[in-house]
Design a binder for this molecule. Structure first.
Ligand code: FAD
Ligand code: NAP
Length: 306
């Protein structure tokens, strides 16, 4: 296998104490009209700042929402993944994007709106935002990405980095095998699906697998999740997993990684994981909530879950 050469990245050019003001240039909904969820694609103009040309896809930026929270303290910083390629949104170096879901919680007779996501979702083009970052030094495409096959697993807004990574790969004449496995609850929550379908039509080496958990059932009646795709689509995924030059990326909901580890172990793909202790002869004896006691991501697995 080729050595995995990760790019050198600059971290926290702007910090919480020294944020930079950037301008919103577009902010539009990417969930389908009939979805009860609102996920937005938001692009910022970073020209004239030290971020221009120095933010890599896979990294995150920090957002400082204005105002004071319940405890009388300034709102804390929230992180959002970059969803534009490193070359910038539409190839323009001074534009970077992210993908934000409005969060809302109803408890008893009260409704709580997430502070930063709703602040971002309400912003209009021309409005200014205090930004920090970039952060993240490992969840990146290798410099020599053209040497590897990729399997990207995303749930919900965990799709953000993969939109940018897939653009970056194919804008640079990528010719190995690339799979995107995307999970969401309902078909109306598929994010950037027009883009991924078009990428698949134009590039036979790009495959797009969706797992619609609350609409589709597996033959045993269980939900379809990104990890079950490893079994349901074994015919196309196992041959790629068995190649030495394949890398796995996992992004989205905390907990999704345990299901993926389990499927990898079940199918004997130990190379993607590092063992922390001996495994039982039957891996199904390991509960998903115990998985991290037995394994952690290996060199070929990149993970950002929250
Ligand atoms: C590395 C990284 C990358 C990330 N990338 C993205 C991304 O690309 N896109 C994205 O959308 N998110 C991303 N996130 C998550 C993001 O940082 C925020 O955590 C998320 O947007 C919620 O922040 P918020 O300020 O809107 O909600 P918060 O105000 O922090 O609230 C969190 C949740 O609690 C609920 N809540 C608030 N107050 C109460 C209360 N009193 N009682 C009960 N419930 C309450 C809110 O409704 C909300 O659902 C990322 C996180 C990390 C760590
Ligand atoms: N870089 C990062 O770390 C990063 C970037 C972006 C987003 N995020 C995080 O990603 C999460 C995505 O949230 P969302 O609201 O956009 O997602 P969502 O729409 O609520 O859910 C996405 C899908 O994940 C499924 N799911 C739930 N538990 C799972 C599990 N254990 N294994 C596999 N699939 C599972 C859901 O199934 P059901 O229908 O059964 O619920 C649903 O199909 C958030 O927690 C966000 O903070 C992290």
């Amino acid at each position: 296998m080729s050595e995995i050469i990760l790019p050198e990245v600059e971290l926290n050019i702007y910090s919480k104490k020294n944020p930079v003001e950037v301008t919103v240039v577009e902010n539009y909904v990417v969930t389908k009209e009939s979805s009860p969820n609102y996920v937005r694609h938001i692009t910022f103009d970073i020209s004239g700042t030290d971020l221009a040309g120095r933010v890599r896809v896979g990294q995150s930026i920090g957002i400082l929402p204005p105002g004071i929270g319940d405890g009388g303290r300034e709102h804390k910083l929230r992180l959002y993944s970059i969803s534009s390629p490193s070359a910038g949104e539409r190839g323009e170096r001074h534009l970077i994007s992210t993908t934000v879901k409005r969060t809302i919680e109803e408890l008893g007779d009260k409704i709580y709106l997430g502070v930063a996501s709703n602040y971002l979702a309400d912003l209009k083009p021309g409005e200014k935002v205090n930004m920090t970052g970039p952060s993240g030094r490992r969840f990146l495409l290798p410099e020599n990405a053209q040497d590897f096959n990729f399997i990207f697993f995303a749930t919900g807004t965990g799709i953000a980095p993969f939109r940018g990574m897939i653009r970056e790969l194919f804008d640079n004449g990528y010719n190995k095998e690339c799979f995107l496995v995307f999970g969401c609850s309902y078909r109306t929550d598929l994010l950037y699906s027009d883009f991924f379908e078009e990428m698949h039509e134009r590039n036979p080496n790009f495959n797009y697998i969706t797992c619609i958990s609350r609409e589709e059932r597996r033959t045993d009646g269980s939900k379809r999740y990104v990890q079950t795709a490893l079994d349901d689509h074994k015919d196309i995924l196992a041959p790629v997993l068995s190649r030495k030059n394949t890398l796995i990326y996992i992004c989205g909901m905390k907990g999704m990684e345990a299901g993926i580890y389990y499927e990898l172990l079940k199918q004997g793909f130990y190379d993607y994981l590092e063992l922390k202790q001996d495994l039982p002869a039957d891996v199904s004896e390991i509960g998903l909530n115990q998985m991290k006691e037995f394994v952690k991501p290996g060199m070929r697995t990149f993970e950002e879950v929250y």
